[in-house]
Design a binder for this molecule. Structure first.
Ligand code: FAD
Ligand code: MLT
Ligand code: ZN
Length: 489
């Protein structure tokens, strides 16, 4: 392929024929099929073929958008018999090239499977189709005094099924835990078309293996999630956001320890950003969002509290901030006074991904590291890029290597913002970053997954027996390998 010179189409997969199209047309309506023919009008499908970072692009001519679980079952059964490869796709906000085809795989979009099924306000359990957009699910829940137990910058596009398929972590994992805990049941269509459902409303169920866990984080390689049953949380009555500046990464850790102790049960997010992240974001959003602090501090922290009593939470946060500033761990700080200020403060954090990507390209590394080593990766990568003479003003290709992330979860995001995608940058960063993370006994993917980007690097984090077990499972449930091929498995 011209697009991926080192990856070749596997001829075990059949190429789409007119008979196949005839079959899909016989089971789906016009609104459920997008086909570009064999001509050059592929750009009509760019939204489905190309990823959010504009880094990965497939060449599929066919997008199927079935409106029912039964139709998905028929499609997979047919594709399995015919050895047609399939890429499940939610909101296409994935950051590791997992959600788009590599060659001509059929794209199976969940866009049309988007109904809330039921909500029980007593238990807080929501059941919905996989294609419900996360923000729509959250808005629906808010009308019922609840919230979705996961929030992330892509909420306006990503699907409930998509976040389960990637086991997304997001901004409040520290408070509400991972989807491995909050998802109570899934409905999944297996590659042979079988529908396997555990869509119950039980907090506890110890009857043998917890099979749903297999599909949470499987990145669409084992089956298609069509329904999700999830434990949601009561809507907090009071939310506060504070933005702080500190002198060094040591201080970030000190503030984290202090926040856990003093804000305790009301702490709902603890995010950090380095100066370069803020500088990059400022360039992108400054027109509508004034910066709350001096711009030249080395590190910034966003703390969110969510509780049930506003006066109580305000007092706690103010006392916390006063004592942090008195002891000089925190050198500057602000607390949002109203909802607009609160949203603006969050913007400084949530806009970092877009700000890093918008000037040409971005190389993203999403790693888990022991907290004491978390920021060291950003320092060594900056040094490496300077040594390679790649970082600086144009015509140097790298704009900045910035660090931010979910300190509360030991999860660093290193974004290398570039003016273009180039093999030279990629080879400078990889496998260097993965070797560094492995040397510190970290994980090369904390929350974004492996996808296409990290498919060759899984062994930096998983052992041979673990990889073999994954391959055995894949072989057993997807013996024709039709589900999301060329990705990590
Ligand atoms: P897609 O991108 O469409 O697909 C993702 C993967 O899941 C693919 O492998 C796809 O094949 C598979 N898939 C999708 N739907 C299904 C299904 N129904 N059944 C089976 N497989 C399926 N991630 C975090 O963890 N934390 C964050 O804070 C975070 N913030 C983000 C902020 C921005 C601005 C962006 C662009 C992304 C962010 N992400 C974050 C990345 C994250 O992985 C996605 O936003 C989200 O989890 C993917 O959901 P999606 O519906 O877009 O899935
Ligand atoms: C985030 O925390 O902002 C997300 O994981 C997305 C990203 O890092 O790009
Ligand atoms: Zn993240």
């Amino acid at each position: 392929s011209e697009v991926y010179p080192n990856v070749h189409r596997n001829n075990h997969y059949k190429k789409l024929s007119s008979d196949d199209l005839e079959y899909f047309n016989s089971i789906l309506s016009k609104q459920e099929i997008m086909y570009t023919g064999t001509g050059n009008n592929l750009q009509e499908l760019d939204l489905y073929n190309e990823d959010w970072m504009k880094k990965y692009k497939g060449q599929s001519h066919l997008v199927l958008k079935p409106k029912s679980v039964e139709k998905i079952s028929l499609i997979l059964n047919y594709c399995n018999e015919e050895k047609l490869a399939v890429v499940p796709q939610g909101g296409n906000t994935d950051l590791v090239g997992a959600s788009v085809p590599v060659f001509d795989e059929i794209i199976l979009s969940l866009n049309n499977l988007n109904q809330i099924r039921e909500f029980d306000p007593v238990s807080g359990i929501l059941k919905c189709d996989a294609g419900v957009i996360l923000e729509n699910a959250d808005n629906y829940l808010r009308e019922h005094d609840h919230i979705f137990p996961l929030d992330l910058g892509a909420k306006g596009s990503c699907h409930v099924g998509g976040v389960c398929a990637t086991n997304a972590g997001g901004l409040r994992l520290l408070r509400y835990g991972s989807l491995h805990g909050s998802v109570l049941g899934l409905e999944v269509v297996m590659p042979n078309g079988d529908i396997v459902s555990s869509m119950h409303s039980l907090r506890k169920d110890n009857t043998g293996y917890d099979l749903k866990q297999l599909f949470i984080g499987a990145e669409g390689t084992l089956g298609i999630i069509t329904g999700v049953s999830i434990l949601t949380q009561p809507k907090p009555q009071a939310i506060n956001v504070s933005f702080l500046a500190v002198q060094n990464y040591e201080a970030v850790q000190k503030v984290f320890v202090k926040a856990k102790k003093e804000l305790a049960e009301i702490l709902s997010a603890f995010e950090f950003m380095d100066q370069r992240s803020i500088q990059l974001t400022k360039k992108h959003i400054e027109k509508d969002t004034p910066f709350p602090l001096e711009e030249e501090y080395p590190f910034y922290i966003l703390i969110e509290t969510s509780g049930s009593n506003k006066a109580h939470d305000d007092a706690k946060l103010e006392t916390f901030l006063e004592s942090a500033m008195e002891s000089e761990i925190v050198i500057d700080g602000t607390i949002a006074q109203d909802e607009t200020e609160l949203q603006n403060l969050w913007k400084w954090r949530e806009m970092i991904p877009e700000s890093s990507q918008c000037q040409g390209g971005v190389y993203k590394y999403d790693v888990s590291l022991p907290l004491k080593d978390l920021y060291s990766l950003v320092e060594v990568v900056n040094k490496k890029l300077v040594e390679a003479d790649l970082l600086g003003s144009a015509p140097k290709p790298v704009i900045a290597a910035v660090g931010y992330g979910h300190v509360g979860d030991g999860n660093l995001h290193l974004n290398v913002a570039t003016r273009l995608y180039s093999k030279e940058i990629e080879c400078t960063l990889e496998p260097f970053v993965y070797e560094y993370v492995s040397s510190k006994h970290g994980s090369i993917s904390a929350e974004h997954g492996l996808g296409f980007q990290k498919k060759n690097y899984i062994s930096y984090t998983k052992s041979e027996p673990e990889i073999k077990m994954m391959k055995d499972l894949k072989k057993h449930y997807d013996s024709n390998g039709i589900m999301n091929p060329y990705k990590f498995i």
